[in-house]
Design a protein around this ligand. Structure first.
Ligand SMILES: *[C@@H]1O[C@H](CO)[C@@H](O)[C@H](O)[C@H]1NC(C)=O
Length: 189
């Protein structure tokens, strides 16, 4: 569970982030905001979440062995605050080449005990289901509205690229925390 002091610590750290970061990055996103998701864990220092053949991977998209590895940013769905929509970040590439326009962040098989984190076509069924209508913020932490779901990173063939999975049970994989705040890179720690 996130304690108040942990959150206070996070807020303090966020306040130390250099001027380049917009204020909104320090707070829970509002409907009109765009945001990114970063994974933090042992050896995983704020790796961005990206689209990899319909699944979520974290790390450097350019190194992924997925057929389609696409950096993304997120917005909150107008349908529900708990549905998060990924959009291709086509900075530096041709937007027409993007493999998708929108994809809903979702937990495959949310009724079971574990599964992959996916980025799937946001059909009406999907975005009203407990696979997609489930994400929430606690400050800049990503949580789920159903408790006891934890996220884990699983190594892939590519160095520094991990698949993202979720589980309600303990897992032998690397526990990660998802946040909407980018890592501090200027050596404050
Ligand atoms: C898209 O990617 C570029 C380059 O990595 C980055 O500077 C920019 O902030 C990203 N845009 C969004 C909306 O995340």
């Amino acid at each position: 569970m996130l304690s108040y002091s942990l959150v206070l610590f996070a807020v303090t750290c966020a306040a130390l982030v250099s001027d380049g970061h917009p204020l909104k990055a320090r707070q829970a996103a509002a409907v009109d905001d765009t945001f990114n998701i970063y994974a933090y864990g042992e050896g995983i220092s704020g790796f961005p979440l990206f689209y990899a053949d319909g699944k979520a991977q974290i790390g450097n998209a350019a190194l992924s062995t997925a057929k389609v590895a696409q950096p993304v940013y997120f917005t909150i769905s107008e349908a529900s605050r708990n549905v998060w929509i990924a959009h291709p970040n086509t900075t530096g590439t041709n937007p027409d080449d993007a493999a998708f326009q929108t994809a809903a962040l979702s937990l495959l098989g949310a009724d079971s005990t574990d599964g992959t984190v996916e980025l799937k076509q946001p059909t009406k069924e999907l975005i009203s289901s407990n696979e997609a209508n489930i994400f929430d913020f606690y400050g800049d932490y990503v949580l789920t509205t159903t408790g006891n779901i934890n996220f884990y990173a699983v190594r892939t063939d590519a160095e520094g690229v991990y698949s993202l999975i979720w589980s309600k049970a303990a897992s032998e994989h690397i526990p990660v925390i998802l946040r909407t705040i980018a890592p501090v890179t200027d050596g404050l720690f």
